[in-house]
Design a protein around this ligand. Sequence first.
Ligand SMILES: Cc1cc2nc3c(=O)[nH]c(=O)nc-3n(C[C@H](O)[C@H](O)[C@H](O)COP(=O)(O)O)c2cc1C
Length: 257
Amino acid sequence: MTLQKIKPMENYDLYPMIFKRKSIRTYDMVPLNKKILQKISDFLNSLQPMYDDIITEFKIIPHNQVKRTMRKAPHYIAAFSENKAHYLTNIGFMLQQMNLFFSANEIGSCWQGIPQPIKEVKGNSNLEFVILMAFGKAKKTLYRMNKSEFIRKPLWKITDITGMKELLEAARLAPSSTNSQPWYFTGNENTIHAYIGNTGLLRRFFAKNLLQIDVGIALYHMKLAAEHFGRKVTISYSPTAQTTLSKRFTYITTLNI
Ligand SMILES: Cc1cc2nc3c(=O)[nH]c(=O)nc-3n(C[C@H](O)[C@H](O)[C@H](O)COP(=O)(O)O)c2cc1C
């Protein structure tokens, strides 16, 4: 078996990837070599949680342990979590670090909301299976050449905050299930409340879990941008934030900058 040559994994500068990453759906099915998989596994073990009191587990599994896939990748990350408040948003926040890390190291990846691991994989964890991320050597181009290639809503549709452009732009470009971009942000220069926004009722019902993961992804992009610009960020739940917007918006959490 021939193993591909991929640059040694060493790029941990994730912020620039926000502006060039894209989902990869066509892979070279030759497995990545052991050294690279070890680096991936090491980074996987160092992911920052959004809430550190939620137990999570991440497993790298081969394609033959995944079902309901249209297009296969050689490897998948299966994310598991304790089922408690904010666990889906937490997984979005954590696994998006992997998505950017893969981009930074010239490996393709794609969130996978529909495929599922086989029952033996699910049975091997005490935690609830949440979602998969496919990864491997990309057969097509890994990056967007510029921001105009992102099909995204304009900023004014996802926020009423006038400042904090760098943070909100990072959220705007985040990936989401079926590119629905369900997030909405209110607040000011120091406090940004994140909501699941005005998505259709059907989507709210059938893709409820994915929407919460999506918001976690956007929150990670915002945190990364804040840190890039030298700001410190904490995340907390504000009991009064739900009441500030209409009922069509579901409050998720707050970024304190
Ligand atoms: C939670 C989540 C689930 C997703 N599920 C799938 C999937 O099952 N199949 C797929 O091809 N893409 C999936 N995607 C990728 C999105 O379609 C993609 O992120 C979106 O269209 C934006 O494109 P981009 O990632 O290239 O910027 C998923 C993305 C997210 C965030």
